[in-house]
Design a protein around this ligand. Structure first.
Ligand SMILES: Nc1ncnc2c1ncn2[C@@H]1O[C@H](COP(=O)(O)OP(=O)(O)OP(=O)(O)O)[C@@H](O)[C@H]1O
Ligand SMILES: [Mg+2]
Length: 323
C-alpha cells in the first residue's frame, strides 16, 4: 500500500482511517473486541482520548507507543480493571459498559492475562499457580486439574519444573509460568503487557515464538502491548500506534514495515502522524517526537519556573535578582 502524503488535516485523517477500516480479508466478520470512542481520565486528564480499535478472532494485535502514551491503561480498560469514562467496549459481541459484576466475571473467564512480572504467587509452586484458576472457577476434580496443569506446562515448556517455587525460576521461566496460568481456563483472548521486558534478546525471542506457537496451536486472539520493535514485527498481524492517548494508526504489520523503510528524503512529504510513527519504529533521534520534547521551554524547565498558560515567564535576570 502506498504511504499517502499529507493533506489538509493529516492527523485527523489518520485517526479516521484508524477508526473505520475493516482489514483485508475480514469483510463481513465481527470483531472479537471493539472499542469506540473509549475515554479514560485520571484526575480530569484524558489518558485515553477517544480510542477506536477492532481486534478480529485469531489475530495478534500489537499495541505500541512511547512511555506514558496509554498502552497499559488501554489494556487495563480492555480487561475491566478500569471502568472507562466514556465510549463503548464490546467483547465477544457483548457490550460491557454497565454490565453487572457477575456477568463481567463470565466474560473475564474467557480471557487470560500475562502481566509484566508474571504475577505468580510466591508461596505456591508453578503447578499450584497454574491450578489456581481451575480451582477457583471450575468444579473439576483434582485428577483432571492435574492433567490440565501438565498440558498447560507442556505447552510453555515447563512441565519438568512444575514443583519449583517462583523464586527458583529465571525471568523467562516466570513469564512462561505466568503464561501457563493465563492459559488455564482455555481463553479465547490472551492479553500481554510487555511480555519481553527485562529479558535478554534470546529469551525474549523464545517468548515471541511461544506467543506465535500458541496463536497457531490454540487459535487464540492475542493483544500484546510492547515497545520492543523486533518483537512487535515478529508476532504482529496488525499493529496499533498510540500517541498521548490518541490512536493514530491501526494497520497491518506490512504497512508499518513499509513506513519504517520510507527513505528520509521521501518522509518529509508524509503526514505528521506518519512521520511520528516512522521515527518511533526506527528509533531515530530526529523527528516529530523529539521536536515536540524540544518545544517545551528549556530554560523554564531547568529553573523549575511554573508558567501558567498565557503568562509570560519571568526573565532569567529577574529570577537571579530575587535570589
Ligand atoms: N492509576 C493511575 N492514576 C493516575 N495516573 C495514571 C494511572 N495509571 C496511569 N496513569 C497515567 O496515565 C498515563 C499513561 O500511562 P500508561 O501506564 O498507560 O502508559 P504506558 O504507555 O503503558 O507507558 P509505559 O511504556 O511506560 O509502560 C501516564 O501519564 C500515567 O502517569
Ligand atoms: Mg505500560
Amino acid at each position: 500500500m502506498k504511504i499517502e502524503p499529507a493533506e489538509t488535516d493529516p492527523a485527523s485523517q489518520s485517526r479516521v482511517r484508524a477508526a473505520a477500516r475493516v482489514p483485508e480479508g475480514r469483510e463481513g466478520q465481527q470483531p472479537i473486541i471493539s472499542c469506540r470512542g473509549l475515554v479514560k481520565k485520571f484526575a480530569g486528564r484524558a489518558v485515553l482520548d477517544g480510542i477506536n480499535l477492532d481486534v478480529y478472532p485469531g489475530e495478534t494485535m500489537v499495541i505500541m507507543g512511547g512511555s506514558g502514551s496509554g498502552k497499559s491503561t488501554l489494556l487495563r480498560s480492555l480487561i475491566g480493571t478500569f471502568q472507562p469514562d466514556g465510549g463503548e467496549l464490546t467483547m465477544f459481541g457483548q457490550r460491557l459498559n454497565g454490565l453487572r459484576e457477575r456477568k463481567l466475571d463470565e466474560v473475564r473467564k474467557k480471557f487470560g492475562i500475562l502481566f509484566q512480572s508474571g504475577a505468580l504467587f510466591n508461596s505456591m509452586t508453578v503447578a499450584e499457580n497454574v491450578a489456581l484458576p481451575l480451582r477457583e472457577h471450575t468444579d473439576l476434580g483434582q485428577e483432571i486439574i492435574d492433567i490440565q496443569v501438565k498440558i498447560k506446562l507442556e505447552l510453555v515448556g515447563l512441565r519438568e519444573h512444575s514443583e519449583r517455587l517462583p523464586a527458583e525460576l529465571s525471568g523467562g521461566m516466570k513469564k512462561r509460568a505466568g503464561l501457563a496460568r493465563a492459559l488455564a481456563l482455555d481463553p479465547k483472548i490472551l492479553f500481554y503487557d510487555e511480555p519481553s521486558a527485562g529479558l535478554d534478546p534470546v529469551t525474549s525471542a523464545e517468548i515471541d515464538r511461544l506467543i506465535d506457537d500458541l496463536t497457531q496451536k490454540l487459535g487464540v486472539t492475542s493483544v500484546v502491548v510492547t515497545h520492543e520493535m523486533d518483537s512487535a514485527f515478529t508476532i504482529a498481524d496488525r499493529m496499533a500506534m498510540l500517541d498521548k492517548g490518541r490512536m493514530i494508526a491501526v494497520e497491518s504489520r506490512e504497512w508499518f514495515d513499509r513506513l519504517r523503510k520510507v527513505p528520509t528524503e521521501e518522509a518529509a512529504a508524509m503526514s505528521h502522524d506518519e512521520r511520528l510513527i516512522r521515527q518511533f519504529l526506527r528509533g531515530d533521534a530526529v523527528g516529530p517526537i523529539t521536536e515536540r520534547r524540544a518545544a517545551t521551554n528549556y530554560a523554564d524547565d531547568l529553573l523549575g519556573i511554573y508558567q501558567p498558560r498565557g503568562v509570560p515567564p519571568p526573565s532569567v535576570e529577574a529570577t537571579r535578582a530575587v535570589e
